[in-house]
Design a protein around this ligand. Sequence first.
Ligand code: ARG
Length: 575
Amino acid sequence: MGDNQNEIGGIWMNNQEIVAQAVFEVVKENLTLPEVERLLEKPKSVDHGDVAFPAFALAKVFRKAPQQIAAELAEKINPDAFEKIEVVGPYLNFFMKKEVISSMVLKQIAKEASQFGNSNIGNEGNVTIDMSSPNIAKPISMGHLRSTVIGNSISLILSKIGYQPIKINHLGDWGTQFGKLIVAYKKWGSEEKVKAEPINELLRLYVEFHEKAEEEPELNDEARAWFKKLEEDDEEALELWKWFRSESLKEFNKIYSMLEVEFDSYNGEAFYNDKMDEVVTMLEEKHLLQTSEGAEIVNLDKYDLNPALIKKSDGATLYITRDLSAALFRKREYNFVKSLYVVGNEQSGHFKQLKAVLKEMDFDWSDEMVHVPFGLITKDGKKLSTRKGKIVLLEEVLNEAKDLAFKQIEEKNPDLPNKEEVAHQVGVGAVIFHDLKNDRLNNFDFNLEEVVRFEGETGPYVQYTHARAMSILEKAAFTVDPEAVYALNDADSWEIIKLLQSYPEIVMQAADQYEPSVIAKHSIRVAQAFNKYYAHTKVLVDDEEKDARLALVHAVTVILKEDLRLLGVHAPNKM
Ligand code: ARG
């Protein structure tokens, strides 16, 4: 966090660093600063202070009983930043001075506002994020929604710490299903219907094809023939394919615009049609291809994986062939430092194979490819199914969420001027938040009423808390002053201060684990701590602490808003 200033020694530090510095001053001869830092522990219970130093680490050097060392150190350490330093057996327990820390934290947030927690760790390195990636002519599933919002949040978190995210929508826009669709469209479809409701109509045609093909298997041969034409650039086939693709994309874009997610590239599977020969040739040259029952495979026994099927016996390429080609393309095009794939857990075998094949090809950068998996969204504990038309249409879900939010706003705040806009931010935000608040690998149940509630651990709850805090600041006509001293020392504000102070580490943790839930959980804890504080404290009473309390309220608004922003959720000022 570099050159940030505060009252303690002139640089911003977290409690660990403050304690480390204080201990280091008195053990300089024996330990380095990083050594001291590594030794520090976080006590299990707050009764044992904020940070602990185990003095037995020095027993050998000082040739004394750890208890005695602890007692002697406690005498020598500069006490300025501490309420007390307790000696408990061989431990030194440090209790931070609340006034000092609160002022340091509040001033820092006053100064940096939403930049608090920013860093340049990423050094502007490119990180490609393969995300969303729905299949043309099919509805966006809840799984694609998860990929979209998780990927988007990861991109926001990574750019906060100095990476350059590149969001890639690897559309499923190629494959034998297009042969089937063309047959079905030519036999039973109409242009008007597709134009009116592209996804529904294309899905209907697809389902109809499968139903009819059970009785008339010849249809499958026709479909294969049309797909072959498509692969051979037949004009009519290509025309239809392009049209299906653009109509589908229009539908997808409605959802993306509701979610406010944008992509840097829509290069889907079809983009690699003319780029796969290169990969196949490379595999041949490296003697990695084997023929097995007429198909071309890469044996991956030594990775304990199934062989990767690169080419079918009829010469057709596969999903993984496209992904190999895409990986190569991304390395060349973006020279990524990391390449993420935000794709459901059920594809983890595929991504293990993908990395293994590239590793066999001696591409060391394959080590920087990371599958970021996630669990399923369920309904009453059961997997949602996209087959046979039994689908949840995402656009409808989002619109329903908006309506539910609108109703609640009508009740709570009927005079709010921009109700529509706020209902959108709350309803859509609620769906996003619900998706991101659980560890991404967990499966979770989706019940819209729960999701849009204003109480409990929901997006609207965090947004509502933010709006409430904003209205306090407005009422007080308060402007925060980065040069003032904002000392607080009560227990409730201390809970908040600690959560605010940990923010830079929270952001780092979320980034390291590609885990937006770390941010969502932080926002819930801040909101809860703030509501508890507000219930117990008369913030607006005129006394000498009033400004400090308002600075705390201000810091809460800044951090809640930033937490929500990192999740891809708005924080309306009023709701
Ligand atoms: N279209 C695929 C699906 O819906 C997801 C693609 C994921 N990305 C990738 N590079 N394989 O299952």
